[in-house]
Design a protein around this ligand. Structure first.
Ligand SMILES: Nc1ncnc2c1ncn2[C@@H]1O[C@H](COP(=O)(O)OP(=O)(O)OP(=O)(O)O)[C@@H](O)[C@H]1O
Length: 351
């Protein structure tokens, strides 16, 4: 770790971190009470005070109703926000809590509540305090899960969700700098004990990080890899856009059927594998009704499709040479064309 990684963030650096947000009418700061988000709040408050006409800031804490201390942590954030002259709201997750997949359900509820708070405050953005260390952990988690290029690109600095932009201005900042910033400002913070609870994947992975760092796989290198993969992923997306246009142009004589995507099989087969895969994934996700398709399953489907296209029967009119459902979409190959459409609703067993 370089000395810079342990230095507090200066007002000038913060101006650079928040530069893209200056013209927003209002911003919601997602603050859990942990060091990262308390530092985000402090940095954003100082930045806003330095502007003649900066965005309105509203601090929001989500109480998931999972830990008894959460309510007092939210009150502590409120107190700190008030000391910085910022309005604060605590939002409670009241829905039923699932027995499995609790972290994912809590995250889903959190982002829904934060987006609601942003709309209520007239804010265009929700800011979270994800750091370079979080980015490194996300990359590793996805690597171990077998994600493809898009997943390994990890978190983007800006993503849209329900008309609200989720911004991560601290994505390049090491957590140690945020801690140093709080120490310099003499601000206390809470540590979420679930961050160390080895019943969850992320804390188990976090415990491995010092070992990886000793071999050169530190957060700086891992986050840099994520940024490089994000760059490559963006380029492949542009290629996939172009391929979609190319396939549409070849069909210009035929009026497209509503609710169906259809490609000329031989033109599709000539595209690079990664591009073919993305076209399939896009069509299945757009037309299927069972949520996003798993990459591994789309890969298997594509190999079947490739083999079917190469078969002598592929171009013949008549019965489909392939018919498969995946993620609520029906993929078929008949008469030299690939067609992707919503799958008919499944019949219930026992009827
Ligand atoms: N209870 C909360 N209330 C408000 N904001 C929160 C809360 N929990 C997390 N956040 C925001 O989200 C950021 C990331 O938090 P954390 O790393 O705990 O999330 P996660 O569970 O790993 O999921 P994800 O990274 O997908 O958000 C925090 O820095 C903070 O800005």
């Amino acid at each position: 770790m370089s000395d810079d990684d342990n230095s507090p963030i200066s007002a000038r650096e913060a101006r650079r971190l928040f530069a893209g947000l200056r013209d927003a009418p209002a911003l919601v700061l997602a603050v859990s009470g942990g060091p990262d988000s308390v530092a985000l709040m402090w940095l954003a408050a100082r930045w806003q005070r330095s502007l003649a006409r900066g965005p309105q800031l509203t601090v929001v804490t989500v109480d998931h109703g999972l830990r008894p201390e959460a309510a007092s942590e939210a009150r502590e954030v409120k107190r700190l926000a008030a000391a910085l002259g910022l309005p604060h709201r605590t939002l409670r997750w009241r829905g039923a809590k699932p027995k499995t997949g609790l972290p994912a359900a809590a995250r889903e509820a959190r982002y829904r509540l934060l987006a609601q708070a942003a709309r209520a405050a007239g804010a265009s953005h929700v800011l979270t305090a994800h750091t370079r260390d979080d980015q490194a952990e996300t990359l590793l988690m996805r690597l171990f899960r077998g994600s493809g290029l898009a997943g390994l690109a990890a978190m983007a600095p800006f993503t849209e969700r329900d008309g609200i932009v989720l911004a991560r201005p601290l994505l390049d900042v090491p957590k140690s700098q945020l801690i140093a910033t709080l120490r310099r400002a003499r601000i206390g913070f809470a540590e979420d004990p679930t961050n160390r609870d080895t019943a969850f994947t992320r804390p188990r992975l976090r415990a491995l990080l010092p070992l990886l760092a000793a071999e050169g796989g530190d957060a700086r290198n891992l986050a840099r890899l994520a940024a490089r993969l994000a760059r490559a992923n963006a380029a492949v997306e542009v290629l996939a856009d172009g391929a979609e246009r190319f396939l549409r142009l070849r069909d210009r004589g035929d009026a497209p059927q509503a609710g169906v995507r259809s490609f000329e099989a031989s033109a599709f087969a000539a595209l690079p594998e990664e591009v073919r895969l993305r076209l399939l994934l896009r069509a299945i996700n757009a037309l299927g009704h069972e949520g996003p398709a798993e990459l591994g399953k789309v890969e298997t489907l594509m190999s079947m499709l490739d083999r079917a296209i190469a078969s002598p029967l592929a171009a013949a009119d008549g019965r489909p040479v392939l018919k498969q459902t995946l993620a609520g979409a029906l993929i078929s190959l008949a008469g030299g064309r690939i067609q992707i459409a919503p799958a008919p609703a499944r019949r219930r067993k026992g009827r």
